[in-house]
Design a protein around this ligand. Structure first.
Ligand code: BEZ
Length: 261
């Protein structure tokens, strides 16, 4: 999932996402070890995007349902894996009649600025003892990228509000407390640096900004957007470009919790 909050109504370019941003699910693949899906389990993949990790979960023999708020992503997921079940739904208010043994989520939760509602929906979707296994941006995620984008906006005369933040990047303590308020007991939590090489060499940063940082371009003419991206590249090159590639300064929060009641 990419760009603005999935609830903002932004349309995703699912083909571009698959073609140039495969690191999103490739890097999420080892999260599946924490999920450890079992044959016959019922598993929800929340924020499934184009369905690649959903398909990996299904290889275990679990029955998996992929959910995403973007109709474009779900259409692409259905094209990729017509044998699997995919549904358009909002992570803040999805409801299923039959509960799940596990809810899995990779690289989606930071897009939603109402995490309380998401966690409540997740908890309600689980059986008693069911597990929640998730990875998202954690506190300090993309700090340098954001700082470069802010400086570039200022340079072209359109600064962002000081407190502006399109994403939710919590600390372990913050997110664990939130889970506990919804009857989810945290059994594992890790915040770690994961500098992530972006695809397409020199074009990597501009691809990332266009796909994921669209809110920093909003309200700016196409010419000025180009200027902003050019300045951001200049500002960030020293910190984030090495060995012929741009590297996003990702910090990941991994969490496993189980429903206790
Ligand atoms: C992330 O996966 O951490 C991320 C992706 C796009 C924008 C912000 C964060």
């Amino acid at each position: 999932m990419a760009g603005e909050s999935p609830e903002s109504g932004k349309k995703w370019d699912a083909a571009l996402y698959d073609a140039k941003h495969s690191f999103v699910w490739e890097r999420g693949a080892d999260l599946l070890e924490l999920l450890a899906p079992q044959e016959g389990e019922r598993i929800l993949d929340l924020g499934c995007g184009t369905g690649h990790l959903t398909a990996k979960i299904a290889e275990s023999g679990a029955h998996v349902v992929g959910v995403d708020s973007s109709p474009e992503m779900i259409a692409e997921a259905k094209r990729n894996y017509p044998e699997l079940e995919f549904i358009v739904a909002d992570a803040r208010e999805f409801r299923f009649e039959k509960p799940f043994d596990a809810v899995f989520s990779n690289a989606m939760l930071h897009w939603i600025l109402e995490p309380e509602r998401v966690v409540q929906s997740v908890s309600e979707a689980l059986v008693s003892g069911g597990r929640f296994v998730a990875e998202m941006g954690g506190q300090g995620n993309v700090e340098r990228l954001v700082s470069g984008l802010r400086r570039a906006r200022t340079a072209i005369g359109v600064p962002v509000e000081a407190e502006y933040n399109p994403w939710y990047f919590p600390t372990i303590g913050e997110y664990a407390s939130l889970l506990e308020t919804q009857g989810l007991e945290v059994t594992f939590a890790l915040l770690f640096e994961r500098p992530t090489p972006l695809e397409d060499d020199e074009a990597g940063l501009r691809n990332w900004i266009r796909m994921f940082g669209a809110s920093f371009l909003a309200g700016i003419s196409p010419d000025k957007q180009e200027e902003l991206i050019f300045i951001a590249e200049q500002q960030l090159r020293k910190e984030l470009f090495r060995e012929g590639k741009w590297h996003a300064d990702y910090r990941r929060l991994r969490i496993v919790a189980r429903r206790t009641d």
